[in-house]
Design a protein. Structure first.
Length: 756
């Protein structure tokens, strides 16, 4: 409907909705740019169950839900009077957003695709944000939705950062946390050893499994004890119940918060729903109480061993890892953690060398160390990376004092930064979240979008997310202060090669590093790419300023980033973030539960499938994939591009595009390991965070990605016939099952961040 017609009407509602006529028109004129795995990835990952229709969403329904959920966050719609022109403008914008996302020229984060527009999102904005950061030091809960009854809201407690981490992980967000010495040294000594008893009623379906983990029969215990003589807590069947149980157990160990002076804690888990029960609000299925039982006993045992001693960075990381392990156990949420330690903390750096603890819980976080530009000897760190891919590097000094590097020093522009999200693309203050949206310029250009318009729509989408209702006071305060957004681009390699005819790094020139005296190879960038990327950055800045003025709020502190992408980039079939395609031609394997309703359709279309050799009741399906521009002489893959070019490409994006940070996992061949230390030193003034992993081609059976020859791709591709979406609809009469759990999917290229 034209804007003028909308403005002339009496505003009877403050809710923006997309008309079915408009949606039908877009469906007839715009073809979604599905990648080789795109529709299948969407259907099993982001299509929500529709009870009234007894099926999951189709793509248009998902995009409608997501766009309406976002556009109605505009705070101008919440006042007592709503300007008709505002409604008209937002309706037109909603239509443009629908067209942009429906065509897969851009998408919000996977979290938004899953939760935006749901009843859950309307009461809980936390679920729209991908990741969070929290400092592991005693903090006050303040006016937060989780509030231990034994604490004054202003009282600092050891449990608070762990409650924050547990809560956000259970809502599907990844969490970065800081255990640098400045934080850990604020932790008090452990004052009390706690006797923990966990009770379960025989009527619970989880009774037998919980007893095997150390729980106690409730009836038998009550026959011998008076629950009024101990700290007794009956856990409700809620996320908050789990978090508060762990918080009370932790705080009982410290005199400062132990108001009842009791050494005995009894937790009754009888009300917790059994494994497999459906979670109605957020989605997915329950894990049962067993992972919680194991976690509570493990954390309590760790704290008991530290009686009369202070916690270490390793202790603080272990407890966070135990929480992350518990969240993962449900097989629906993917727990993503990044532990940030001090560069000189050798115990932290080497903690994963304990194989027993690594297998038990220390796998639950990626570990990085905080450095600054004065740190120049990366020999020990490079050696550790060459052996096991860790630690990553986070330069907080650069993040605090720089946006884009080309804009020069801006002292304390982001002075509250203390860490980063698990994937490293956003440096964050205490309690702050990521807020991401990504444009696929390769696709957007093909679909006729003015890229500046596409990035402007992305900016406004992310800005509205900052007006969501947030659960934690620490987050509300920092979000209102910073309004930080992260507008990303993905498929960068596809776009640059397709647009400019070459990769962004055109070569290197030899210069001398004035600080170290080392001879280094300085990259030479394509000037046309530099000019274009710089122009797109300023389009984001301009869009944010205009929208901030309209909303009467502060401009965002920082605006742009490069997220690693992963599941979302598979929708459009573009390269992941700034990463090079894994190979020019490859077999991508995706794992499905053997009762997944998509399998018959995939089989009918000719996709090869076989039982998963690693997991029972799981089927491995093979998708032949061809990278964009694979036939170009300028094409490079992760298996062929040099480690030096990857560092240089990340530096290019940090210099001209991202005022936050750039997430990159640099892949290296064994012979390149000796270059790691030198490249880290060379780019220590440019790159805010980075991680490295050795490149693995097809090193094990049923590898997720296996490079193949072009001829093998053509053979495999020729065996596929039919449209999976159409075959699926015909086989199921547009009805499908609602209780299928996800297997092996993530929102990040390296499998770190969760999708929901």
């Amino acid at each position: 409907m034209p804007k003028e017609e909308i403005a002339m009407q009496t505003i009877k509602t403050k809710t923006i909705t997309l008309t079915q006529d408009y949606i039908n028109d877009v469906e007839q004129t715009v073809k979604p740019h599905w990648g080789d795995l795109g529709w299948v990835t969407y259907k099993r990952t982001y299509a929500r169950w529709l009870p009234d229709k007894q099926r999951t969403e189709n793509w248009a329904e998902t995009v409608k839900r997501v766009v309406e959920g976002n556009i109605n966050l505009d705070p101008r719609l919440s006042g007592p009077e709503v300007d008709a022109d505002v409604v008209a403008d937002l309706t037109v914008e909603a239509e443009q957003l629908f067209k942009l996302i429906y065509g897969l020229a851009a998408t919000p984060s996977g979290r938004n695709l899953w939760i935006s527009g749901t009843d859950y999102q309307k009461r809980n904005g936390d679920a729209l944000n991908n990741c969070w950061f929290i400092a592991m030091r005693p903090q006050a809960y303040g006016d937060s939705h989780i509030q231990p009854s034994y604490l004054d809201p202003a009282q600092k407690a050891v449990s608070m950062p762990y409650a924050f981490l547990f809560d956000q992980l259970m809502k599907g967000g990844g969490v970065g946390f800081s255990v640098v010495q400045a934080n850990v040294q604020q932790m008090p000594k452990v004052d009390r050893s706690i006797n923990l008893t966990i009770l379960i009623d025989k009527a619970s379906d989880s009774y037998d499994a919980s007893l095997k983990l150390g729980a106690t029969d409730k009836t038998a215990w009550l026959a011998q004890h008076d629950k009024n003589q101990v700290a007794y807590y009956e856990l409700p069947d809620t996320r908050e119940g789990w978090v508060l149980a762990n918080a009370e157990m932790m705080d009982l160990h410290f005199d400062a918060t132990n108001v009842n002076d009791n050494d005995d804690l009894v937790l009754d888990i009888s009300q917790i729903r059994p494994k497999g029960a459906r979670i109605k609000g957020f989605g997915g299925t329950a894990s049962g109480p067993m992972p919680l039982v194991e976690m509570l006993f493990d954390i309590n045992a760790l704290l008991n061993t530290r009686l009369n001693a202070k916690l270490t960075s390793v202790d603080c990381t272990d407890m966070a890892n135990m929480i992350g392990k518990t969240v993962v156990a449900g097989n629906v949420r993917r727990s993503a953690e990044l532990a940030l330690g001090s560069g000189e903390d050798n115990d932290f750096i080497t903690m994963k060398q304990d194989q027993e603890k690594l297998m038990h819980h220390r796998w639950a976080s990626n570990n990085s160390v905080a450095v600054d530009t004065r740190f120049s000897d990366y020999t020990a760190i490079a050696d550790a990376i060459a052996h096991n891919g860790e630690p990553g590097i986070v330069n907080l000094e650069l993040s605090k004092n720089y946006g884009r590097l080309i804009d020069g020093l801006q002292a304390d522009i982001d002075g509250d930064v203390e860490g980063t999200n698990p994937c490293g693309e956003i440096s964050l203050a205490n309690g702050e979240p990521c807020n991401l949206f990504e444009v696929f310029p390769y696709v957007a250009s093909q679909q006729g979008w003015d890229l500046k318009d596409a990035f402007g729509l992305a900016t406004r989408y992310a800005k509205r997310v900052t007006f969501s209702p947030y659960d934690w006071e620490v987050s509300r305060n920092v979000i209102q202060k910073n309004r930080r957004i992260g507008i990303s681009m993905s498929g960068i390699q596809d776009w640059i090669l397709g647009t400019f005819g070459n990769r962004v790094v055109k070569g290197f020139k030899t210069v001398q590093d004035p600080a170290t005296g080392m001879t280094v190879n300085e990259p030479i960038y394509d000037p046309a790419a530099v000019k274009t990327v710089d122009g797109l950055y300023h389009a984001v800045i301009d869009a944010d300023k205009a929208y901030s003025d309209a909303l009467d709020c502060a401009p965002s502190l920082k605006h742009t980033t490069v997220k690693p992408s992963g599941t979302v980039s598979k929708l459009a079939g573009v390269s992941e973030g700034m990463h090079f395609h894994y190979a020019d031609y490859l077999i991508q394997r995706i794992r499905f539960q053997d009762n997944d309703p998509l399998l018959p359709a995939l089989k009918a279309c000719g996709y090869h499938m076989e039982p998963d050799v690693y997991t029972k009741n799981t089927v491995c399906v093979e998708f032949p994939v061809k990278a964009a521009n694979a036939e170009s002489a300028e094409f490079a893959s992760a298996g062929t591009v040099s480690i030096a070019e990857q560092f240089a490409t990340q530096a290019f994006l940090q210099t001209y595009w991202s005022d936050n940070a750039v997430s990159c996992t640099v892949t290296f061949q064994p012979k390149e390991a000796k270059q790691i230390a030198g490249l880290m030193a060379q780019y220590r003034h440019t790159i805010k965070s980075t991680s490295l992993l050795p490149y693995v081609g097809a090193g094990f059976k049923q590898a997720p990605k296996e490079p193949i020859a072009a001829s093998e791709y053509e053979k495999r591709h020729a065996e596929i016939s039919g449209d999976v979406a159409q075959v699926f609809a015909a086989q199921n009469d547009n009805h499908d099952q609602k209780d299928i759990e996800l297997v092996d999917q993530s929102d990040c290229a390296g499998g770190a961040c969760p999708i929901k």
